[in-house]
Design a protein around this ligand. Structure first.
Ligand SMILES: Nc1nc2c(c(=O)[nH]1)N[C@H]1C(S)=C(S)[C@@H](COP(=O)(O)O)O[C@H]1N2
Ligand SMILES: [Mo]
Length: 437
């Protein structure tokens, strides 16, 4: 009954040559790829094709796939990741999950989005790995992987992890950063140790205010003095029993893309708090000021601002919890269904530190809504499954819209919410189109 409409890279090229260029040339071009073919990128393109020059390059239309590469486009696959993921960038590696691949209650590792700020490190020898906890603690401690696994109580939890910039592509004017649409979210089953238990073992001093996290990935400049990312969270969030130092993802060692051998998972907050390849937790007496904590990073204005406003730094504050959101994971956008016959619509919903109390679905552009069935989360901070049976009355084009509401009564907006300089916290309703035949 349900037919998928295929969409290939050539089609993307047709619609959005800039993005297609970025997909094809992302691995060799530098930061800003817009206008790639018009500028210094030509040399890189020639190198990619394996020639020294393209004599008639000036005649090449922007967005033309060189035939020499067209056949190898499928090579743009990343080991260990599902081929359907959307690659936004490959240095650093950033890939998001299309909505229809978020249909599992527990997101498989190969479908889980990847957000790296620095290099993808080579896996280290787990026997040599250590976690240092220092700063505002009574006893500085150093833990091996064995000690982490054997000396503390293990917990296994399904936890949502969403990038703070998920949805950035919806903002106008577009803030810089990865143009995530909706798929920088996943809900894996993580096994590890409560950060609270580790901090208690070290003993927090009364001055302990914030954590600062360090990992063994490297800054893209390869300058060893610089961190790819070093964020943290207020002690209260870190003491929450759902904030863990994880050593397993879905019952297996954490794959290298997701932080092998150990990462933090601080569910419900911007994913950047969940340090991958963790090596150190520095307990601070103030808000941490590592890479990604200062400037505009992970900060939003304290008050609503008009698009494109330059907000004074003192009016920007570090983001806390993510906000209520949902995704339609079935059917896939573009599916053809039978008019007059009921079919299932389903997806996931989550709400940062809160939980979801309601999901509603509309097939008439928001004029009427029906309540979906909503499952309780298996544990706090897991996303929640919702489903509804929907019938489209007659042949034609429809959109399915979904809207979640949390326990505080906060609902997703239909339109893109408050613009902010770096494009965080877009929780506008997800919508997909289907046709009835
Ligand atoms: N060491 C390190 N940890 C990191 C990052 C990073 O670049 N380096 N990226 C963060 C960001 S911004 C997000 S959204 C999550 C993404 O986790 P994932 O790649 O496992 O999906 O990891 C976070 N942890
Ligand atoms: Mo992120």
């Amino acid at each position: 009954m349900v037919k998928r409409i295929e969409r290939g890279l050539c089609e993307i090229y047709h619609e959005d040559p800039d993005r297609a260029d970025a997909l094809v040339f992302g691995r060799i071009a530098d930061a800003n790829r817009r206008g790639f073919l018009r500028g210094a990128g030509l040399g890189a393109m020639a190198a990619a094709i394996g020639v020294t020059a393209i004599p008639y390059a000036r005649n090449m239309p922007g967005g033309l796939i060189p035939a020499a590469l067209a056949e190898t486009v499928e090579d743009f696959e990343i080991e260990g990741k599902h081929e359907g993921l959307i690659v936004h960038n490959d240095r650093p590696l950033n890939m998001e999950t299309p909505a229809h691949l978020l249909d599992d209650d527990v997101t498989p590792a190969d479908r889980f989005f990847v957000r790296n700020n620095g290099t993808l490190p080579d896996p280290i020898n787990a026997d040599e790995w250590r976690l240092t906890v220092d700063g505002e603690v009574n006893d500085e401690i150093e833990l091996s992987l064995d000690e982490l696994k054997n000396d503390f109580e293990a917990v296994t939890l399904k936890l949502q992890l969403e990038c703070g910039g998920n949805g950035r592509a919806g903002f106008n004017p577009p803030p810089s950063g990865n143009q995530w649409t909706i798929g920088a979210i996943g809900n894996a089953e993580w096994t590890g140790v409560r950060v609270a238990d580790i901090l208690r073992r070290a003993g927090l001093k009364p001055t302990a205010t914030y954590t600062g996290h360090y990992g063994y990935d490297e800054h893209l400049s390869m300058d060893p003095e610089r961190q790819a990312l070093s964020r943290g969270g207020p002690i209260a969030k870190m003491m929450d029993p759902h904030t863990i130092v994880a050593y397993a993802m879905n019952g297996e060692d954490i794959p290298i893309h997701h932080g092998y051998p150990v990462r933090i998972v601080a569910p419900g907050w911007a994913g950047s708090v969940s340090q991958k390849w963790l090596t150190r937790i520095w307990v601070r007496d103030r808000e941490h000021d590592g890479q990604g904590m200062t400037g505009l990073s992970y900060r939003v204005p304290r008050y609503p601002v008009a698009p494109d406003t330059e907000v004074p730094h003192e009016d920007m504050e570090v983001m806390g919890s993510m906000i209520v959101k949902s995704v339609i994971s079935y059917p896939e956008a573009g599916t053809e269904v039978d008019a007059g016959r009921p079919f299932e619509v389903r997806g996931q919903a989550w709400a940062g530190d809160q939980h979801v109390t309601d999901v509603e679905v509309s097939t008439d552009f928001g004029s009427t809504w029906r309540r979906a069935e909503l499952s309780d989360p298996p544990n706090r901070f897991s996303w929640q499954r919702w489903r509804a049976d929907v019938t489209l009355p007659s042949v034609g084009y429809y959109e399915i819209w979904a809207r979640a509401t949390d326990n505080l009564g906060q609902a997703q907006p239909m339109v893109v919410p408050g613009w902010n300089p770096r494009g965080y916290l877009n929780n506008a309703c997800h919508r997909i189109h289907v046709t009835a035949a």
